[in-house]
Design a binder for this molecule. Structure first.
Ligand code: TXA
Ligand code: MG
Length: 317
């Protein structure tokens, strides 16, 4: 059921249910982070493998010590600069956080979401909310309540409707090695904005055969059902797919041509932030058109263009 009633959401969570919540990035599938039973329901509903840990959503910076410990000064600096907001920090976990939340790791992912409904909900609860994006594992993240209903309408007692997500891509994830910030996942805050606060970021790289650091980094993720391609040469790709039902995902400028079934222009004014906020909604629309192929344009590799390219690379299937 879609609702804006926080009281209903609160009652459902206190009874141990899973509900959908709005955030500024994408919708989340939320449950009591202190309850192993509730967290188990999240994994089951999302069909998420148990090795992929969840983000714990808290109400404020002050609450951080309830879930994390031995917090490096650089983490506090980043939290103060960006919370509430689309920044997730990987920190040493408090022992009482269920191992299921963190996939057995001794670290926990934490953030303060910047959405008035969800912040108000968190303030009324005496537990934080574990929440992955509210999509089945591997598919495109939801940025409206209707997207969530499209995935899980039957299974969710409550979808808290907070309108379209303002950022439209997931949070940026930062961990720490020897107190030095390390980028685990590109997201809604650009590398440039993080570095303006923290100084140079290390980029997490994983060696061959090493365990996955943040499965948001899994090579196939965020995928539409329709075959999706990423290219810097739209015209060349169009020539190759002549006669096919083609949908285009473009940055700022439309392409002339009557064979093109549908074009999504993410930001006519060429603004990368606006483009990021429209990315998933455009993919959801394109995926409904029964196309042979979605051809996406490679974005400029700066600011949120880096995040958009990262998600498009993983959408390629
Ligand atoms: O914007 C967001 O971050 C959204 C909203 C709902 O907050 N959530 C989200 O959750 O994107 P999810 O579950 O789709 O992605 C969480 C990512 C995964 O890639 C997971 O592997 C990583 O966070 N993660 C969680 N705990 C971790 C940990 N202890 N160490 C490394 N990565 C972790
Ligand atoms: Mg996700």
């Amino acid at each position: 059921m879609l609702t804006t009633n926080i009281e209903l959401a609160k009652q459902a969570l206190m009874a141990g249910s899973i509900i959908a919540i709005p955030t500024e990035t994408v919708y989340g599938l939320a449950g009591n982070a202190f309850s192993e039973e509730a967290v188990h329901k999240i994994f089951a509903l999302k069909k998420r493998p148990l090795y992929n840990p969840l983000i714990v959503h808290i109400r404020s910076v002050d609450y951080l010590s309830r879930v994390a410990m031995d917090i490096p000064p650089a983490a506090i600096t980043l939290a103060n600069a960006f919370w509430p907001g689309p920044l997730t920090l990987i920190l040493k976990k408090q022992p009482h956080i269920p191992a299921l939340v963190t996939a057995g790791k001794d670290t926990v992912a934490v953030r303060v979401p910047d959405h008035p409904l969800t912040l108000s909900l968190l303030q009324q609860l005496d537990f934080p909310l574990a929440a992955p994006s509210a999509n089945p594992f591997g598919s495109v993240s939801p940025t409206t309540a209707a997207h969530v209903a499209g995935y899980f309408n039957e299974e969710l007692p409550i979808i808290l409707d907070g309108g379209p997500c303002q950022k439209g891509v997931e949070s940026t994830i930062i961990g720490f090695e020897n107190d030095q910030p390390v980028l685990y996942r590109l997201g809604a805050i650009s590398v440039e904005r993080i570095e303006a606060v923290s100084g140079n970021l290390l980029f997490h790289t994983k060696g061959e055969g090493e365990e996955v650091a943040a499965p948001g980094m899994l090579s196939r993720h965020y995928s539409p059902n329709t075959t999706t391609l990423l290219t810097s040469d739209i015209q060349g790709m169009l020539n190759r797919y002549q006669g096919k039902r083609v949908g285009l995902l473009l940055f700022s400028t439309a392409i002339a041509g009557n064979a093109i079934i549908h074009q999504e222009i993410l930001s006519p004014s060429g603004d990368l932030n606006e483009a990021a906020s429209h990315l998933y909604a455009a993919l959801h629309r394109l995926d409904k058109l029964n196309l042979d192929v979605i051809i996406a344009e490679r974005f400029p590799d700066k600011g949120l263009g880096m995040t958009i390219n990262d998600r498009l690379r993983r959408a390629v299937n």
